[in-house]
Design a protein around this ligand. Structure first.
Ligand SMILES: [Zn+2]
Ligand SMILES: [Zn+2]
Length: 449
């Protein structure tokens, strides 16, 4: 193993613009060339653009971020001889901006041929709109985060809401990120708490990835996993500073969020940073969309969902090997419980209009020709590897500890506090495991309940 690579896992700088052969044997590359996290970072964007030969930018904001940073940026660009008109994205009838076809068309209408680079000035949503359009229109993508609210700034996936349904579209990472701490310090407190919640979720996403590797032999890049863990440590070791919104706290939180994004670039998928806690959050989000309810902050949902997942892990840590074997054998003896028919029926019932897409996502684990053999193999594996499973479960902090950290930063600690109705909480506990065909603690619980 190249120890040198692993030693650098907690830093952002060494990975920028780099292509390298990893400890996992694969070649990884990070397309982001430049990241600055400092007070006044915004002022460096015009000269960066000029150096790269971008004379024509389009600065994409909504009304809030135009006032906070967009206008200032446009002005600074003009002074530096870089043209940078503003594209103002209008809110929808709910007074919200979503990464949907309405917003995408608004941006497309202002994108003329001479624009060389799109600058996203805003939180996750504006980044997703710009990420998609920049990628499809073949323009450079520059990022100015205005709140440390999600880890998606540095990633390639754009979660879009198309026809009322959410889908993540593979696009591109920004080539440069200018995270101005003076700007981030003005972010609303709930958005800072949301960023912290998204980071706390890495405890369970990493544990879920380890379960997949342990029980199904899933590929796991130790560098990407370590990088995500280091990103998490950066944040939890500065919980007090983040809670107070100090410059040092916001710096650590932003570093953590961006490093987590880079770990996804390295892994080539969101596995390091997204597990059962994200599936639960997506399930709530999907139902809110279907019911036309206003969206909740991504990280706020993930934070509360992480506490829920940690309860499942805490339960697993209590089960000894003998008990685990008995539970697994009991489940195998009830062939109806984990049958393809039953799971398909559950998906149709829970997912309604998008059931077909969810069935397709789960096709591999619902293949009737392989299902019985897969179940037997998995049962044997769970029994055999139970000590490792317990070890993984113990790596997740107790729910009380996670709750205390979230509360300190001011994020909601339960789904109820977030306003998720009790009925939806119950439903999601049963069906959210199907959101992705990815092994999580919720899938393991199918054997143990
Ligand atoms: Zn997230
Ligand atoms: Zn690797």
């Amino acid at each position: 193993m190249d120890m040198n690579l692993l030693e650098q896992a907690g830093r952002i700088e060494p990975w920028l613009g780099r292509t390298f052969t990893c400890v996992c044997g694969k070649e990884h590359s990070v397309p982001i060339r430049h990241i600055s996290i400092e007070a006044g970072a915004l002022a460096a964007l015009p000269s960066y653009a000029a150096e790269r030969g971008y004379r024509q930018l389009l600065v994409v904001c909504d009304r809030r971020t135009e006032e906070k940073a967009g206008r200032e940026l446009a002005e600074r660009c003009r002074e530096a001889g870089v043209e940078a008109p503003i594209c103002l994205l209008e809110d929808d009838h709910n007074g919200e901006l979503a990464a949907d076809e309405r917003a995408i068309v608004q941006l497309m209408l202002q994108l003329n041929e001479s624009v060389q680079a799109l600058v996203a000035v805003g939180s996750g949503t504006i980044h997703d709109i710009v990420r998609f359009v920049a990628h499809r229109a073949g323009r450079a993508f520059l990022s100015v985060p205005t709140a440390p609210s999600v880890d998606g700034f540095a990633s390639v996936g754009a979660p879009l809401v198309i026809g009322g349904f959410k889908q993540t579209v593979a696009c591109c990472a920004p080539e440069a990120i200018f995270a101005d701490l003076a700007l981030l310090a003005q972010a609303p407190r709930p958005m800072i708490a949301a960023g912290f919640g998204d980071m706390l979720g890495k405890y369970t996403s990493l544990a879920d990835w380890s379960l997949g590797a342990c029980l199904l032999g899933e590929e796991k890049c130790e560098l990407a996993a370590l990088m995500t863990f280091r990103a998490l440590e950066l944040c939890i070791s500065h919980t007090g500073e983040i809670a107070r919104g100090t410059e040092a706290g916001l710096r650590r939180l932003m570093e953590g969020l961006l490093l987590s994004g880079i770990s996804m670039l390295i892994a080539g998928h969101s596995r390091p940073a997204s597990g059962g806690e994200h599936h639960l959050s997506h399930y709530w989000e999907m139902k809110y969309l279907q019911q036309g309810r206003p969206a909740l902050l991504h990280g706020a949902k993930v934070g509360a969902a992480t506490v829920t997942m940690s309860r499942l892990y805490a339960g697993i840590a209590q089960i000894d090997a003998e008990e685990a074997q008995a539970l697994v054998l009991r489940r195998l003896a009830e062939p109806g419980r984990l049958s393809v028919e039953r799971m398909e029926a559950e998906i149709r019932e829970a997912y309604g209009a998008i059931a077909e897409a969810v069935l397709a996502e789960n096709a591999e684990s619902l293949n009737p020709d392989k299902h019985a053999a897969q179940l037997e193999q998995l049962a044997a594996r769970i029994a055999e590897r139970w000590d490792d499973v317990r070890q993984i479960a113990r790596s997740v902090p107790a729910p009380e500890r996670l709750t205390a950290m979230l509360a300190e930063v001011g994020g909601p600690v339960t789904a109820g506090e977030l306003g998720v109705p009790a009925e939806l909480q119950e439903e999601s506990a049963k069906y959210a495991l199907y959101v992705r065909n990815r092994y999580t603690v919720m899938r393991l619980m199918q054997w143990l309940q």
